[in-house]
Design a protein around this ligand. Structure first.
Ligand SMILES: Cc1cc2nc3c(=O)[nH]c(=O)nc-3n(C[C@H](O)[C@H](O)[C@H](O)COP(=O)(O)OP(=O)(O)OC[C@H]3O[C@@H](n4cnc5c(N)ncnc54)[C@H](O)[C@@H]3O)c2cc1C
Length: 424
């Protein structure tokens, strides 16, 4: 255990469970409010989802993953062993309730209400993330250059047109591009793209792992206490001082607990009787440190469902959605399949020193995170389930959680994100 004097002498105001980008952002916001904060994680330095993501501040992604018609496409993808979606059939019984709710999220009325709820978070992202980046010294590796979605076929571009129109309604600024404009915008792309959509408000960072390290070190500087351990359950028996029970037998108690353990959060919520549907949507990528091409911004390949981001540490090519639970070994052939596509659409990339990676997106079926108090134990606050947008929404989640911890009215109403939506 690593301590600091002020924190080690006093009962923490806040115990945050989970040291990924979301837990760290919650800790940072609480510390900025003057709280005494303890953070618990089994391995602060170890790999985590927040280290290997695509680095996109994807504020324009305000529609749920479960778009209308996806189920039919998904059925086709499932028969392609290295396609964008895969489901381990052994995992199906456990995933079934999640899959049923996922399908329901694509219904017109749900789709629209989820989108508005996502937009409420995404539309304030820069107000929250810029102050955090400034405070931790991350502004010089924060690139506000937009992103480019590219289409190989007229058919796919036409099929997405109503979604783009709806995104405009949600406040997303976008500009459609011709084939020539796409080539001017990103000359390294193969000349096969017939349409593009430029997303002005998207941005990316230089290295997600470095960002986590900077935030963690800043939190240490601000006085947080770091406890190395895995929480196995929550103990609310003392309502004024709930505790996280660790695998070591230790209890870590505080006036408030924040559950921010990413894809591992469901068991902790269940331990106090709060039901939630959360699954790991496993994603893959490859980082190419010596890629040798020039790309200015993140590119999203619409039909193939993968992205390429020019990080400071190399070109990261990734995507995929694999449902196989938290324990199955990674199937790095998925990284390889994405790299093959990357080579086709970014000709001439050099894969020397390529590094493959898999991470667990904490996915709810409706693509909305869980942010808010436990209805059973109001001193326990949830901050997990950010799916594809955990980096993007990290500082905003931290700010909203800090409002709850300080008994302020949250900056936006939190009903849409409440864990109560999973009550049967
Ligand atoms: C391929 C891929 C690309 C992505 N690209 C983007 C992107 O471009 N932009 C974006 O915004 N998001 C992206 N994401 C999603 C984003 O990475 C996640 O939403 C985000 O990292 C989740 O952060 P987290 O802190 O909730 O979880 P994690 O980073 O997984 O952190 C959870 C932490 O909890 C700890 N923990 C687990 N169990 C316990 C326990 N029992 N007790 C104590 N601690 C525990 C873990 O050790 C870990 O440190 C991507 C994800 C993937 C997989």
């Amino acid at each position: 255990m690593q301590t600091n004097t002020r924190a080690s002498q006093a009962t923490p105001d806040v115990v945050v469970i989970g040291g990924g980008i979301v837990g760290l952002a919650c800790a940072w916001s609480a510390l900025k409010d003057g709280a005494i904060v303890t953070i618990v994680d089994p391995d602060f330095e170890g790999d985590r989802t927040s280290h290997g993501n695509a680095g996109g501040i994807a504020v324009t992604e305000s529609t749920p993953i479960s778009v209308h018609g996806l189920f039919f496409k998904a059925a086709k993808w499932l028969f392609d062993p290295l396609g964008p979606l895969s489901l381990d059939w052994k995992h199906v019984p456990a995933a079934l309730p999640w899959l049923i709710e996922f399908q329901k999220a694509s219904r017109e009325d749900r789709f629209r209400s989820i989108s508005h709820a996502l937009a409420k978070l995404n539309n304030r992202v820069y107000d929250d993330i810029v102050p955090m980046f400034k405070d931790i010294g991350a502004m010089d590796t924060f690139y506000r250059r937009g992103a480019l979605t590219v289409y190989e076929t007229d058919e796919a571009f036409r099929a997405d047109s109503s979604e783009w129109a709806f995104k405009r309604e949600l406040g997303v600024r976008l500009k459609t591009m011709t084939a020539a404009e796409v080539r001017d915008c990103e000359p390294s792309l193969a000349p096969v793209f017939r349409h593009g959509v430029f997303l002005e408000d998207w941005s990316h960072i230089g290295d997600p792992r470095q960002l986590v390290t900077q935030l963690r070190e800043r939190i240490r500087e601000l006085g947080a206490q770091f406890v190395v351990g895995r929480a196995t359950a929550l103990d609310p028996s003392d309502a004024l001082l709930p505790a996280a029970l660790l695998a070591s037998g230790e209890r870590v108690s505080g006036r408030r607990l924040v559950v921010a353990a990413g894809a591992w959060s469901a068991g902790l919520a269940h331990s106090i009787g709060d039901r939630v549907l959360l699954d790991s949507e496993r994603g893959y990528n490859t980082t190419l440190p010596a890629h040798g091409i020039s790309l200015s911004r993140e590119v999203i390949f619409a039909e193939r469902k993968f992205v390429a981001t020019p990080l400071d540490i190399g070109l990261r090519i990734g995507g995929a959605a694999e449902f196989a639970g938290l324990k199955a070994l990674p199937n790095y052939r998925r990284s390889d399949a994405l790299l093959t596509l990357g080579k086709r659409f970014l000709p001439g990339i050099n894969d020397q020193g390529a590094l493959r990676w898999m991470g667990h997106r904490p996915a709810t079926p409706d693509s909305l995170p869980v942010i808010g108090r436990s209805p059973r134990v109001p001193a326990i606050v949830y901050a997990f389930g950010h799916g594809h947008l955990g980096l993007t929404q990290s500082a905003t989640t931290g700010a909203l959680v800090a409002d709850l911890l300080a008994n302020r009215t949250p900056g936006i109403p939190l009903d849409d994100y409440s864990i109560e939506r999973f009550r049967k």
